[in-house]
Design a protein around this ligand. Structure first.
Ligand SMILES: *[C@@H]1O[C@H](CO)[C@@H](O)[C@H](O)[C@H]1NC(C)=O
Length: 213
């Protein structure tokens, strides 16, 4: 029992044969190298998976191209003119604040854009926006002055009743075209439509109920 213990115990000092201990050491080293290689391979695989996940997240968040939102935000009026019940008419200068909301992780460059204002399907005024850009994840506010003149719409029999009700419904429409620049290099064409309904309250000369699709 004591002998057995003695023979198996002293390994490193190796009084009982260097050769066997050398072979064992070499085997151990090979084993260790193999383990290291396996570990290294595992790390590479894990890193590849991690990288794929990062790229996937990148693709669905940062690299995703979102449609900018283009709308009428608010407006005030001046030179307000409502006709008489006998001769219904309406004209005003509308100082409108438009907004282009860019939710992309890259700026949006848009081209010249015309916004048409309509009264029950008849164009009654327009605003022209010069080409510009919206910073990434920002809203650009654009002030425009629009001369609304419902002279074209005078033939519309509803104008009299709208004016006596004190509410003039207006819609605004536009198609804005431009490009989203993602990460400064990837450029993608993106157009956005404005399609808003709103009401001018003649008594208070205010714009209310702006609803944009
Ligand atoms: C955009 O409008 C400006 C004037 O507001 C004009 O000088 C320019 O040529 C227009 N650009 C295009 C591409 O039509």
């Amino acid at each position: 029992m004591a002998e057995k213990q003695q023979s198996s115990y002293p390994k490193a000092p190796a009084t009982n044969g260097y050769t066997r201990s050398d072979a064992e050491a070499a085997h151990d080293a090979r084993d260790q190298r193999k383990k290291k290689r396996t570990k290294c391979l595992l790390y590479i695989v894990l890193f590849a998976i991690f990288q794929a996940a990062v790229i996937a997240i990148f693709a669905v968040t940062i690299m995703k191209v979102r449609t900018p939102r283009f709308r009428v935000r608010s407006a005030t009026f001046e030179n307000f003119n409502v006709g008489t019940p006998a001769a219904p008419a309406f004209s005003a200068r509308m100082n409108a604040e438009l907004g282009v909301k860019n939710a992309n992780f890259g700026r949006y460059k848009y081209r010249n854009t015309t916004v048409v204002f309509m009264y029950r399907g008849t164009p009654v005024g327009q605003a022209v926006l010069k080409n510009s850009r919206v910073n990434w994840r920002a809203t650009k506010k654009i002030d425009v002055a629009v001369d609304l003149s419902l002279g074209n719409a005078a033939a519309n029999s509803q104008l009299g009743s709208d004016l006596s009700a004190g509410i003039v419904p207006i819609t605004s429409q536009a198609r804005m075209t431009g490009r989203v620049e993602l990460v400064f290099i990837m450029k993608k064409n993106k157009a956005t439509e404005m399609n808003c309904n709103m009401e001018i309250v003649t008594a208070t000369r205010q714009l209310r109920n702006i609803v944009c699709k």
